[in-house]
Design a protein around this ligand. Structure first.
Ligand code: C5P
Length: 213
């Protein structure tokens, strides 16, 4: 206890983008850097939690005291999350691809380039965890939005079945940048943390988690 209030607790964090192969040398991705999720994993470890960080492809060092599992695709991330359970708290920060591609087994050639990619929906890791049998007592999702951020966050909390949503405005250069502006959406209301370094968003969230568990 004291300044290590999460000792004896297991925290599960996802972070980063996913890469969804198109063929053996190409993939679909997004601009997530993993910085916010890695900072949260580090902040939870600093409060004494055992932390499992399931990370998509990023170029970040593993935070001190964190167990890291690297994955590429959303389906691999879902499997790694399932394997890491049970957990006392889950923070799903990863920018998971909504779809994967019906991938070509060999590198596609210019001549036979298809007119379109066939997209297949990925599993929703946060929704499955929130509504599944091994649900951690505290499940937290993120909502990256470019408009009506709070409104979408409130709706997403209900739709996914998680306890809290951290809604962040990604209309500026948040993705990959050092700072973040977030709205913490809980059953009790909304709290806004404006323009903080991602490390400070992480420290505040970790402290809030410690106060709640
Ligand atoms: O639906 P949307 O992608 O906006 O939801 C974002 C939240 O859901 C994030 O917490 C993200 O990590 C999680 N998510 C997930 N699996 C997906 C899609 C999103 O865990 N396939």
């Amino acid at each position: 206890i004291g300044h290590r209030p999460l000792s004896g607790r297991h925290a599960l964090v996802t972070a980063g983008p996913t890469h969804e192969p198109i063929d053996p040398v190409r993939y679909l991705a997004n601009r997530s850097s993993g910085r916010q999720g890695f900072a949260i994993a580090g902040a939870l470890a600093a409060l004494g939690a055992r932390v499992t960080l399931v990370a998509g492809p990023v170029t970040l060092p593993t935070p001190f005291g964190v167990d890291r599992i690297d994955v590429q695709t959303a389906r691999q991330m879902a499997a790694a999350v399932a394997t890491a359970l049970p957990a006392d708290v889950a923070v799903m920060v990863a920018a998971v691809a909504d779809w994967h591609v019906a991938a070509a087994p060999q590198k596609m050639k210019k001549g036979d380039a298809p007119a379109s990619l066939t997209l297949v929906e990925n599993p929703d890791i946060l929704a499955a965890l929130s509504q599944g049998p091994d649900r951690p007592p505290l499940v937290i999702g993120f909502a990256a939005e470019t408009e009506r951020v709070i409104e979408h966050g409130v709706a997403k909390r209900i739709r996914k079945g998680c306890d809290w949503i951290v809604a962040n405005d990604v209309s500026g250069d948040v993705m990959g940048g050092p700072d973040n502006s977030v709205h913490l959406v809980t059953a009790d209301g909304v709290e806004s943390w404006d323009n903080l370094p991602k490390e400070q968003v992480a420290a505040r969230l970790a402290q809030r988690i410690a106060d709640t568990l």
